[in-house]
Design a protein around this ligand. Structure first.
Ligand SMILES: *[C@@H]1O[C@H](CO)[C@@H](O)[C@H](O)[C@H]1NC(C)=O
Length: 281
């Protein structure tokens, strides 16, 4: 076990040197990646990927959505999906009109980047759905959320809170430590599950169900989907439904990955992102 781990670390390091060398020698493909976290997570969830992308000469921006990571807004003050996504909207508005970014959305961050793709299609070279919700003109986020919520609601130590009283729908959701380590981070180093347990915040339950994604705007932007092979939350049935209803330009797969691709398999993910940057810039 220890030997396998050490070996995996050396391979990771050699790959890291390899990609750094390649990107330094070609001197191109430098892109601006904008990374958007999933429910209860924050910008911190990308800490392994950021130095890899930067080492290859890319610009990287990590977003904390409202009431996430170190964002100062409290969950009770997030009343709508637009409130929740405001930090990304502000960022997109500030991009000069001649510049384009690569948007990467993890998990429920898929809904967040698709809203940005609908509102700012000319500023996005490609939207990357990293084991994420991916709706479209013929499949909405209510349907996708229902299917994924059934894998997390009332399972193990996950919790809802009821800010509008016990007789109204729940207002926030948070992952419990057991669920995180057993179902979300099962292939990640235990240190990352421990970090997440300390950093997760309640996700305001604002729905992306009303999001309108048009063929003319959202549909005009390149899309790729990255499958996490051992993901227990965004499972194969949901992935297949999204891909069938709403085919992306390209599909990638990350082997031996849990839901936290950027923590369990950062080097595979890094390699895919470099190839996406080459294909869609
Ligand atoms: C989402 O799609 C389902 C199934 O087609 C439909 O019943 C539902 O009304 C839609 N929801 C919204 C908010 O558009």
């Amino acid at each position: 076990m220890e030997n396998t781990k050490r070996c995996a670390h050396s391979v990771t390091f050699i790959l890291f040197l390899f990609f750094t060398a390649i990107s330094a020698s070609t001197g191109k493909n430098h892109q601006h990646f904008v990374l958007v976290h999933g429910s209860c997570l924050g910008a911190w969830s990308w800490y392994k990927l950021v130095p890899l992308l930067k080492s290859a000469g890319n610009m990287v921006t990590v977003i904390d959505l409202a009431a996430s990571g170190i964002n100062l807004v409290q969950a009770r003050d997030v009343r709508s999906f637009s409130d929740y996504t405001q930090p990304l909207t502000d960022f997109m508005e500030d991009i000069p009109s001649h510049k384009r970014v690569i948007l990467v959305g993890h998990s429920s961050g898929g809904a967040v980047i698709s809203q940005a793709m609908e509102h700012f299609p000319e500023k996005v070279s490609v939207g990357v759905f990293l084991t994420a919700g991916m709706a479209g003109p013929s499949l909405n986020y209510s349907v996708i959320a229902q299917k994924t919520m059934s894998r997390v609601a009332n399972v193990l130590d996950n919790k809802f809170t009821y800010g509008n009283g016990p007789n109204n729908p729940p207002t926030t959701f948070i992952f419990g430590p057991k669920f995180l380590s057993q179902v979300v981070f099962q292939y990640s180093p235990p240190e990352d599950a421990a970090l997440a347990t300390a950093l997760v915040r309640p996700r305001p339950l604002v729905s992306a169900g009303g999001l309108v994604l048009s063929k003319a705007k959202y549909g005009s932007v390149n899309r790729v989907f990255i499958i996490a092979e051992e993901d227990k939350i965004v499972t194969e049935d949901v992935v297949n439904l999204m891909i069938e209803k709403n085919p992306p330009n390209k599909i990638y797969k990350v082997r031996s990955s849990d839901h936290m691709v950027m923590l369990s398999q950062p080097t595979q993910l890094f390699a895919h992102l470099l190839s996406i940057a080459r294909d869609f810039s």
